[in-house]
Each structure stands twice: as C-alpha cells, then as structure tokens.
Design a protein around this ligand. Structure first.
Ligand code: C2E
Ligand code: MG
Ligand code: MG
Length: 633
C-alpha cells in the first residue's frame, strides 16, 4: 500500500476514533444521569412516605401531596426523554429495555395517585381510601426505584465496557498503522538519504573529473588556469615559469602502435613528469600529447633551465611498449611570470608559442618565450631581406594544380601556386612568405612575376592544344589597392594572347571585406574587362549575402576546411552560390567520400590531392580526363 493511502486511512481512523470517544463520553454521562435521576426519585418517594406518615393524626395537605407526586413523576419522564434510538438498540441488545418500561409504569402510578388526590379534594373518596392509594403508590414507586437499579447498572456497564473496548481496539489499530507509516517514512527517508549521499559522491567525482585527466591522473587544463590564477593572486614576490611540453612525433606512435599503446605512453610520461616535480611545482595534462608544468623559481632563469633539461631527459628515456623500447622526445616552451605576462591566458599562450618555435628549430629542446619571440622576429627580417633577391636569384617557381570539371571529369584549368626555394633543403611555404612580402611591399613585384609566368605557361599549354584551358592566379589585396593593376592584367593578357575569360583571379575572402574605394574600383574594372573574379577560401571570412551581391565575383571557391564528407556548410555554400548565379569550385578534395558529397550537391568544379597534387608544369598532364574517378560515380 502506498504511503499516501496509508496516511489517508490513518486520518480517517483518527477522525473515527475521536467521534467514538466523544460519543462514548456522552453515553457514559447518560448512564450516570440515570443513576442520578433514580436517587432523586428515591428521595421524593421517601418524602411521599413522610407525608403519608402524618396519618392518622392529620390528613396531609393535598397540595403538598400533588407537588411531591409531580416531583416523583419528573424523574421517569426525564429518563424516558433521555435515550436516543441508538440507546434503544443497545438497551434491546442487552435486555435493558425495562428502564423505559419502569419509567412508564412510574408515570402511570403518579397519574393514578394524582387522580385519587383529585377525587379526595372533590369529596368523592374518603381520606382513608386516599391513604390506601397513597400507601400502594408509595410501595410501587419504591419497588420501581429498586427494580430500576438493575438494568441501569447493566446499561452503564455495557456502555463503559463497549467504549473501553472500542477505544482499545482503535488505539491498537492506530498504533499499528502509525508503526507501518513510520516504517514506510523511515524507509523513504533512508532512500532519500542514500540518493543524497550518492549524489554528493557523484558530484564530488564530477568535480574531480572536471579538474582531473582520467588517463594520466594529472590535473587537467581547467585546473591549470585555476592554479596559475591562484598563484598570481597569492604571490607577492614569487616568480614562476610556465613550461609547455609537447611530445615530438607522438602521432607516429599512435599510427604505428595504435591508440591504446599511445595512451599507455602518455600515462607513463605523465607519471615521470609528476615524479620530477619539486614540492611546490606542479604538472598538468593540457590535452593530447601536451603537458604544462608550473615551476617556481627565486632568482635566475638557471633554476628553470635546469628543470627544463631534466624534463627533456626523463621524457627521452625509453618507454617499454609491448616488449619493445619506444623513444620519444619533447619540445618545451617557457614563459615567465611576471616578466612575460601577468595572466594565465597569456602565460600559457606565450609558452605555447615558444614551444612551437622550439619544434621549428629542430625539436627535442626548450626555448624561452623571450628568445622565441626574438628568433621569430629575426627570421622574419631574414626572410624579408632574402626575399628581395629571390626573383633575381631564380628562387621562385610555380607549381600547378588542375581544376576538374565535375560534369565530365576533364581538366578545365589550373591554379598557379607559388613556391620559394630558399636553398637546397628549404622550400618556404607561401603561407609564410606571402604575408612577409605583403608587409614589405614586395608583393607587387612578386605578384607581377607570378601573373606573367602563369600566363606564359598557359599560352604554351594553349599552343599545345588545350585551347580552352583556364589559368587561376592568386592575387593579394595589396595588388588590388594599386590602381595600375587592371592595366597590368590587360597588358599581360594581350602579351600572351589569352582571352580575359580564361584568367581567374583568386582573392581570399577575408581580404575582400573591404570598402576601400580603389579596391572596389579595381575589382569592377577587372570584371568589366571580362576577367573572372574568384572568391578564394570562401567560408572563412565574414561575407554576408548582401555584400556578396555588391561585388562583381563570378566564382566561389569553398575553403578546404568545409569539404569533409559530413560538412553541411559546403552544401549551404553551394546552394547559396547557385542562388547568386555563381559557379562553385571546391578545393582540398582528398577523399572519394568528399567528392561524392560535392557531386551530390551539384558542385561545378573541384581541386585537390584526390585528383592531383600541385606539380611543376612539365609534370602536369593538362589533357587528363579523370575517367577512373568518373567511373566510380
Ligand atoms: P589557396 O589559394 O587557397 O591554395 C590552396 C592551397 O591548398 C595550396 O597550398 C594547395 O597546395 C593546397 N591544397 C591543394 N589541394 C589540397 C588538398 O587536397 N589538401 C590540402 N590539405 N591542401 C591542398 P599552398 O600552395 O601552400 O598555398 C597556400 C596559400 O598561399 C594559397 O591558398 C594562396 O592563398 C597563397 N598563395 C599561393 N601562391 C600565391 C601567389 O602566387 N600569390 C598570392 N598572393 N598568394 C599565393
Ligand atoms: Mg587559391
Ligand atoms: Mg583556398
């Protein structure tokens, strides 16, 4: 039975119990009243006897006699009026109905006596006849009174016993019910307490998990920020270093030995790092193969350098994985509080930057942020000066990547991508040197060189039979800020006899968000000239639809980060481009599934390693139709 039902029954029982107790109290009072009335009855009967005793000396006063008889009659009348229907039922049950019968008899006797007194007053009977009636009446009253005691006692006894019994039974019932309810409530309270305890434990666990890395058992990234901030708030003169530790080529371990072994290695390294920490130092797992240590130092960097070297050597110790020794190294970046930064975010970021530089410098070493920063600066300056003579020294060359028409899988054009061969071993990525060239202004000269060389190559291809081949050239916005740029394009097209619609100028989306007047004017002039304008890396900038409408772009090139097989952004961009009546190229296609997705979305052109990596012109087959890929569609 549910606790709610039990409680309802308890309430009903309590109400019933109260009603019965009240009723019993009334009934017991009634029974006592019977006794009271009977003893009064006795008293008046004695009074009557005393009046009768005045005979034979004198006849008692008839008024006095009538009074006493009436008083005697009052008691049985009160008795008759007293019992209710229920009482009658009880009386019947215990055979005590005689109470009423006796009372009725008493009333009748009283009436007879009053009639006899009235006859005497009227002189119809003698005083001795009246005396005989009075004597008889007295005798009857007396014996009634005595007879009355028996049934009244019986009734009182019955009422008292019944009420006691009912009260006892109800009390027992109440007790039992209260017991079960208490038990049920206790059970519920216990259950609630248990749930509460479990909640407290799981909350504590969650809290711990939120600040602890489950793989290594080390505090995690959340705990790191907290620790640095606490240190900053608490320390007055204390200095500390943040060491960002990144394992070198950890990916190789994962790839060759599987993730489970990779995890094991991380746990072992985490353990080694934790053991190397001094009392007030701490180490955290930042994520992946990255750890961060916070190391206190008092005076010089030497202390930190010593710890950094120690960390490098304990990481370099062999790790036993599946019975073979695996060797890993780490690159460390160090930022200092307060000299480098005074907040957690910057300290970690600077340490990370320094780590990145340490990797670039050859890995398995540490680098302080200060040095990394100056190294980066020096490298920038060095690139800048070397770039100046790159054209003269013939260090620049172009590689080409085909743009494939997804309707017939034929090569529709090529994109020219610049390369800088700094020396025999080093090819600097355009992502690095183009911004330097833009910053130093050399982009104008370099851009012109690319445009000329790409168009020249296109002419050669055309002459060899690919008469409709497009050439796409990446253009920096700094070239477009130059009002002479359209003339340069026109001159170059004329020089190599290329129809304007066969030249695609690719401008990175983030750079097109400009309201510079020259920029907009140049774009419009180029568009009027018939050159195709292509918005490169689309999706990475902030172009809105209305802005796109205002610019004279003909083609959208979806950035490679959106062409994975499950990305919905690509399909949105394609739908949007179609709405604006623009052609769509997707770049960075590396897998069949990406291609399938794009084909399904009716993308027009595609480009990527899946078809062809960028290669030197002589290595490119511009007549190629990708039939083997087409056949998989
Ligand atoms: P972009 O114009 O978006 O060029 C595409 C980049 O993605 C190229 O990198 C290309 O090699 C690479 N790529 C092509 N297919 C795939 C693929 O399937 N997967 C992946 N992951 N990458 C792929 P690259 O050659 O390093 O060029 C980087 C950027 O440098 C270019 O991005 C372009 O913005 C700029 N750039 C290159 N050449 C020039 C140039 O002559 N002038 C200017 N101003 N910028 C240039
Ligand atoms: Mg491009
Ligand atoms: Mg791009």
């Amino acid at each position: 039975m549910t606790i709610n039902k039990q409680l309802t029954i308890l309430m009903l029982l309590i109400s019933l119990f109260s009603l019965i107790v009240v009723a019993c109290a009334f009934k017991i009072a009634d029974a006592a009243r019977f006794h009271q009335l009977n003893s009064q009855h006795f008293n008046y009967v004695i009074e009557l006897n005393e009046l009768i005793a005045r005979y034979p000396n004198a006849v008692p006063d008839t008024n006095e006699l009538k009074d006493v008889v009436k008083k005697i009659q009052d008691q049985p009348e009160a008795c008759v009026a007293l019992p209710s229907r229920v009482d009658h039922l009880f009386m019947n049950m215990i055979n005590a109905e005689t109470i009423i019968t006796i009372c009725k008899k008493d009333i009748k006797i009283g009436d007879d006596l009053l009639a006899s007194i009235r006859l005497f007053d009227q002189g119809l009977i003698t005083s001795s006849a009246m005396k005989i009636d009075l004597d008889l009446g007295y005798q009857k009253f007396r014996s009634n009174s005595i007879e009355f005691i028996g049934p009244v006692d019986k009734l009182s006894d019955f009422i008292v016993k019944t009420s006691t019994m009912v009260t006892v039974i109800l009390s027992v019932l109440l007790f039992l019910l209260a017991l079960t309810i208490t038990k049920a409530i206790l059970k519920i309270v216990k259950r609630m307490q248990k749930t509460k305890d479990r909640l407290v434990i799981s909350e504590a666990k969650n809290k711990q998990l939120a600040h602890q890395d489950s793989l290594t058992g080390l505090p995690n990234r959340n705990a790191l920020d907290k620790e640095i901030n606490t240190k900053i708030v608490m320390s007055s003169d204390d200095k500390f270093a943040v060491i960002f530790i990144d394992l070198d080529r950890f990916k190789d371990v994962n790839d060759t030995r599987g993730h489970a072994q990779g995890d094991k290695l991380l746990a072992i390294i985490g353990d080694r790092l934790a053991k190397t920490m001094r009392d007030n130092d701490s180490v955290f797992r930042f994520g992946g193969d990255e750890f961060v240590a916070i190391v206190n130092f008092s005076t010089t960097h030497n202390e930190v350098e010593k710890i950094a070297s120690e960390l490098i050597s304990i990481i370099a110790e062999p790790v036993l994985l599946e019975n073979t020794h695996v060797f890993v190294t780490a690159s460390l970046g160090i930022s200092m509080y307060p000299s480098n930064a005074d907040n957690a975010e910057c300290l970690v970021k600077f340490a990370d930057t320094a780590m990145y530089e340490a990797k670039k410098e050859g890995k398995n070493q540490y680098l302080f942020y200060q040095d990394a920063y100056s190294k980066e600066h020096t490298r920038r300056l060095s690139y800048e000066s070397q770039l100046r003579c790159a054209i003269d020294k013939d260090q620049l060359h172009i590689v080409y990547q085909p743009v494939v028409n997804l309707n017939n899988f034929a090569t529709q054009g090529t994109e020219a991508l610049l390369r800088w061969q700094l020396n025999e071993d080093t090819i600097v990525s355009p992502d690095i040197f183009i911004p330097i060239a833009e910053y130093s202004g050399q982009i104008i000269e370099i851009g012109e060189w690319v445009l000329r060389n790409a168009c020249q190559q296109n002419k050669l291809w055309r002459e060899s039979g690919a008469s409709k081949l497009n050439i796409a050239v990446n253009v920096s916005p700094y070239q477009l800020f130059d009002p002479r740029f359209p003339q340069l394009v026109q001159k170059t097209l004329a020089e190599f006899d290329i129809p304007p619609h066969c030249l695609d100028l690719e401008i990175t989306e983030s750079m097109t968000v400009s309201d510079n007047n020259v920029f907009l004017k140049t774009l419009n002039e180029l568009s009027e000239m018939g050159v195709r304008l292509l918005m490169d890396d689309f999706g990475t900038g902030y172009s809105c639809l209305s802005y796109l409408r205002q610019l004279p772009f003909d083609v959208l090139k979806i950035d490679k980060s959106f062409v994975s097989d499950y990305d919905t952004i690509a399909s949105t961009i394609i739908a949007m481009g179609k709405q604006l009546d623009m052609k769509i190229i997707a770049e960075g296609i590396e897998t069949q599934s990406s291609l399938n997705m794009l084909k399904q979305q009716q993308c027009d052109f595609a480009q990527g390693y899946f078809f062809q990596r960028p290669v030197l012109a002589e290595d490119l087959d511009i007549f190629k139709i990708y039939n083997e890929i087409k056949n998989t569609q």
